[in-house]
Design a protein around this ligand. Structure first.
Ligand code: NG6
Ligand code: CA
Length: 506
């Protein structure tokens, strides 16, 4: 009896804390993931940006922990988002960039980081870009749109359904298009033009931003997009309002859940194309719309952090800031990103960019902020977003059932700065797959060239018909292929890739 009396308070205490070596951390903090789109390693002030300032993000970094070897799982959007949410590498589900009318890639009932948080008693929300598909194959945008985030663990969603550059150009809140007039139904097509619909390639006089052929179909708000869309005039978004709309929705979500633990996945539209920031950000950088969109993104971050502070939640909220892939300048719109780049280097010291198997494809800004709990500073540990699932599960005391999140490792101590141990082996997915083993990097050779549209991106794809091996310890710019010099290392890494492909790591 005595034993029970004494041990009970300890058990209760233990249930509120997760032991982490020398220190315990409070269990069940709020979690906010800020997920920028196409933001490169060098695109933030603290990592050397020139011509644009990011004071709010820099503040998170200066008072938090900044990872210099932090990665999204892939060099494009859908695969990285898939991995972040499922703890599974994208190749396991053939996840690739999706058209705007693609069915839900993560099927209802699948375990996700959001459903894991739900099980732990969290309210969960996603605000912003989705790009993981909606519906079952054919979406009628005038009816209930499902399955989607609500069927895989989110209690609330407010979405740009795919990306800003493709139809449908409307917001979806939970299961419905926002502000839809039933007398003006929406039709969407990715295969053919819809009658009478003006398209960018025929009506340049209707455009405020010129685009390449792929982005020259449906015209919405003076910007042409990928895909065709008719109807839904009242519901169509205004690109310039994205920042305000999304920040408002995020702040509302935080406000309505301030009494309970919440998980917010804030998924920026910025700095993806089309870059059409609000007028108050125009000219705030020396780089035209791409730089101005960075300012806007920084502002959004600051506004949401301010809300947390005003509600007194900042000390009890773990913030993660990162990006879904590396940088690109010209991604289809003529917004002078290349002409006005000046001395700015979006990839930092790394080679490649978005779509690339070189480091800048996946090595992106990675910051963790949690006042009072994070060991502040800079970490060289190798970390990947695919591990957030298992690491945060550990933080909130959730066991991961066998088979869920197969590629996700618990690296919580590293994410919190309590350990300097990084991931030993990790994949970087692009048009091919690369393996990191500490500072070694192996890039699997390919038989085919990148798709034709990639040619005008002026990004090095990292693809080669030859085996590539780099030692990032003395060659972080991946200039010297040492595959021939270290055949044993190549073999070892090829074997690792075979094992990972076969099994999943757990
Ligand atoms: C590409 C688009 C590009 C961008 C990208 C998705 C063409 C030629 N290019 O296919 O503009 O939309 O998809 O970007 O259509 S991502 O960040 O969502 O992966
Ligand atoms: Ca992206």
């Amino acid at each position: 009896m005595k034993l029970i009396l004494y041990s009970l308070p300890l058990a209760v205490f233990m249930s509120f804390c997760t032991p982490k070596g020398d220190k315990t951390v409070p269990e069940k903090p709020n979690i906010v993931i800020f997920y920028a789109d196409d933001l490169g390693f060098g695109d933030i002030g603290i990592q050397g940006a020139v011509g644009v300032e990011t004071p709010c993000i820099d503040n998170l970094a200066e008072n938090g922990l900044r990872f210099l070897d932090g990665h999204c799982s892939a060099a494009t959007c859908t695969p990285s988002r898939y991995s972040l949410l499922t703890g599974s590498y994208a190749f396991r589900n053939n996840a690739a960039i999706l058209p705007g009318d693609a069915p839900a890639l993560i099927r209802p009932g699948s375990a996700t980081i959001a459903s894991m948080f739900q099980k732990a008693g969290y309210k969960t929300g996603v605000v912003g870009k989705w790009h993981l598909g909606l519906g079952d194959g054919f979406v009628n945008w005038n009816e209930e749109i499902k399955p989607g985030p609500l069927e895989i663990g989110f209690d609330y969603c407010f979405l740009i359904p795919a990306t800003g550059d493709r139809v449908p150009c409307v917001f979806v809140e939970n299961h419905r298009v926002v502000g839809l007039d039933p007398n003006d139904p929406i039709t969407v097509s990715y295969s053919e033009r819809i009658e009478n619909e003006p398209v960018g390639m025929e009506h340049p006089e209707m455009l405020k931003l010129m685009a390449d052929m792929q982005h020259s179909e449906a015209i919405v708000n003076g910007v042409s997009r990928i895909g065709h869309m008719q109807g839904g005039e009242e519901a169509r978004w205004v690109d310039e309002d994205f920042a305000d709309v999304l920040v408002n929705k995020a702040n509302k979500f935080i406000n309505s859940n301030k009494e309970e633990p919440f998980f917010l996945f804030f998924s920026f539209h910025d700095i993806h194309v089309p870059r059409v920031p609000h007028s108050r950000f125009v000219g705030k950088s020396t780089m035209g719309p791409r730089g101005d969109a960075i300012c806007q993104m920084d502002w959004c971050t600051g506004e949401i952090v301010k809300t947390l502070e005003e509600l007194g939640l900042d000390k009890n909220t773990l913030i993660i800031f990162s990006s879904d892939n590396g940088p690109v300048l010209d991604d289809g719109y003529f917004d002078q990103a290349e002409e006005l780049i000046g001395n700015h280097n979006p990839s930092g010291i790394y080679r490649g960019g978005k779509y690339s198997a070189f480091e800048a494809g996946t090595r992106v800004p990675t910051i963790v902020y949690w006042p009072g709990e994070i060991k502040t500073g800079v970490s060289n540990a190798l970390v990947t977003q695919v591990d957030l699932y298992a690491s945060l599960a550990k933080l909130v005391g959730q066991e991961i059932p066998n088979g869920d999140a197969p590629d996700s490792f618990d690296m919580l101590s590293t994410w919190l700065g309590r350990s300097t141990n990084g991931r030993k082996v990790m994949l970087e997915e692009a048009f091919t797959i690369a393996v990191r083993d500490g500072n070694w990097k192996y890039i699997e050779p390919v038989k085919s060239d990148p798709p034709a549209w990639f040619a005008n991106k002026r990004i090095e794809s990292g693809l080669s018909k030859e085996v590539q091996l780099y030692n990032l310890e003395n060659d972080s710019g991946e200039q010297k292929n040492v595959a021939l010099k270290y055949p044993e290392k190549v073999k070892e890494m090829q074997q690792m890739l075979i094992e990972i492909r076969k099994t999943g790591i757990r």
